[in-house]
Design a protein around this ligand. Sequence first.
Ligand code: APR
Length: 245
Amino acid sequence: MSLETGIHSLASRLRSATRVTVLTGAGISAASGIPTFRGPDGLWKSFRVEELATAQAFARDPRTVWEWYDWRRQIISRALPNRAHEILASWSRRFARFTLITQNVDGLHERAGTANVIRFHGSIWELSCWSRCGRSSWRDDEAPLPQLPPRCPDCGGMARPAVVWFGERLDLDVTRRAMAAVECDVCLVVGTSSVVYPAAGLAAEAARRGAFTAEINPEPGARGVDLAIAARAEKALDEIDRMLG
Ligand code: APR
């Protein structure tokens, strides 16, 4: 199927949809200058997950883990939402029931003004107490952070990034809201390599419940979607949005 035909087909599905759910990954922020994880410039090419994105790694060497998150926070703090973020923000006001589920911790969807964002893997701008003193997570926008590791304002113990690390469970409320959102007319997967679960299983779940499923990615890889559009998000979403008028 040609790119043009794919874009037309998705636009016509969206035109008659009321319940739209979009799942995004690092690829949607690529045009904002934020490295993906597994792409050619991917973070996991030069850094090892085991050394940076697990609770064990943090327990072993919290300073190194914080240096890495502080470096990413500085990159993200200089970035701006791109056309893809902007269009999804407008769609969050356009469709009667729109839900955006993102694996990204960068906060660019929220900065673009998107309503009803489910942060599947947490936020790089939220911190929580490593010693679990009872303090709930708190926002901290300082980039660079004045002190590494930052401290819990209540107990003075170490703080950790309030993101979901490999081997950790998702927040139950987040999972519950995501399961409600896959009950939809159109489920669109944008900019993810679809290798990390449970996010990678959402499109198949939406399809199982009768949704039309589609993917936008220069290198499509989501399993079992009805339509794969091999293109960059900022370009394909722009074309679809113009067709929606
Ligand atoms: N538009 C759309 N997709 C793009 C673009 C673009 N401009 N540029 C790259 N991509 C695609 C790539 O082809 C790739 O399939 O985005 C995808 C990015 O995949 P990953 O780097 O694996 O990122 P993601 O799928 O979000 O990773 C999932 O893994 O590392 C953990 O917790 C981290 O949330 C992350 C999770």
